[in-house]
Design a protein. Sequence first.
Length: 94
Amino acid sequence: MLTAENCRGKAAELLGAAEAATDLKTSASLRRLSDAWATLALQIEKDLHTVRQQNAALRQSQQTEPPKASTDTVNVADVLRERLQLSDFDGSKS
């Protein structure tokens, strides 16, 4: 997985290459690439921060909200009532 730290390392590597380059166009291109990698590192950190905030908010809302009644439980109870009533009609229950 690509991490912000990996991106910063690549940015530093490219910046070093830009400083060592003798051709101005090559140096400028390498600096732009370095900037792009640094920007990517910042975006990864921002996205990670956003995801962590969303997860924390979700965990907090799950802890503070009272448990909701399950509609599946109500449906199961209805089915059981139906079956019990049917068994009364077919004579299997006394």
